[in-house]
Design a protein around this ligand. Structure first.
Ligand code: NAD
Ligand code: ZN
Ligand code: ZN
Length: 233
């Protein structure tokens, strides 16, 4: 967390000023960029007509709208373009405290007959939601933990493991929300990075063989801002 930086300062760090706003709509508030932000909750410190261009992707929004979006998130000093998902800063999530462990087991996964298997074990106990969660102060449940997941113990599988460890540190593997499988709210759910939870078969669709799995999960990690480069940071 970037202590001391106001939401406006965080957002401005990633923006270039646009003096003559284009005759296009801001996709956050749906108002034209050449007119003031249509965002409903007035913020006394920011002029609603200021417009900025995100410095890497070039998408243009009302400053006011980006600050409002930032304030709706977990305010970790990072920003994600709502149009193209380009990440500014280091994205983190709201995964509650817990444990990630892994070890090699001497068995092969279907589709990976030539190597052993990495088993990851995630454990997260139930708890109380913090300010970064959907219902602060309310408890959240924890179903089906410890959750066991599998990767082939080959070069690419070990690379995925390293990146998953970064995702865990950044609190991006799980989230608190509503389970799409059970419909239960205020519970721990998988976030945007798919895991294989079935070992010897594929009855759930979350098993092996799946020749595209490692590439898919690398793409999902990249969409969270986690790539080879993250390992050097
Ligand atoms: P979810 O249902 O909201 O789904 C979020 C993402 O996780 C989706 O992308 C989905 O494809 C993926 N996903 C769903 N089931 C998965 C599985 N078995 N293995 C790997 N990925 C899966 O998220 P959720 O509620 O965290 O996931 C539901 C799964 O969690 C259940 O299938 C079960 O394995 C486990 N669970 C167990 C209990 C229990 O009491 N034993 C209760 C709830 C959930
Ligand atoms: Zn706007
Ligand atoms: Zn963009």
């Amino acid at each position: 967390a970037k202590k001391g930086k106001t939401p406006e300062e965080v957002v401005k760090k990633y923006l270039q000023k646009v003096r003559n706003p284009p005759d296009e709509d801001c996709t956050i508030c749906m108002e034209c960029l050449s007119t003031p932000s249509g965002y409903k909750y007035p913020h006394p410190m920011i002029r609603p007509d200021l417009v900025g261009r995100l410095c890497k992707c070039g998408h243009v929004f009302h400053l006011y709208c980006l600050v409002a979006m930032y304030n709706n998130g977990n305010k970790d000093g990072s920003l994600q373009c709502p149009t193209c998902k380009t990440i500014y800063g280091v994205k983190t999530g709201n995964q509650p405290p817990g444990k990630m462990e892994y070890h090699v087991i001497p068995h092969s996964l279907p589709g990976h007959p030539d190597c052993k298997t990495i088993r990851i074990i995630y454990s997260i106990p139930p708890g109380v939601q913090g300010p970064e969660h959907p219902n602060p102060g309310k408890s959240f449940t924890s179903r089906g933990f410890p959750r066991h997941c599998y990767l082939p113990d080959n070069e690419k599988g070990r690379q995925v493991l390293k990146l998953l460890l970064v995702a865990w540190e950044r609190r991006l593997i799980f989230a608190v929300g509503t389970s799409s499988t059970t419909g239960e709210s205020d519970t721990i759910i998988w976030n945007e990075v798919h895991h294989k939870t079935e070992f010897g078969s594929n009855l759930t669709g979350h098993g092996f063989p799946d020749p595209k799995y490692l590439d898919n999960v690398l793409a999902e990690l990249a969409a969270q801002g986690i790539t080879e480069e993250s390992l050097q940071e």
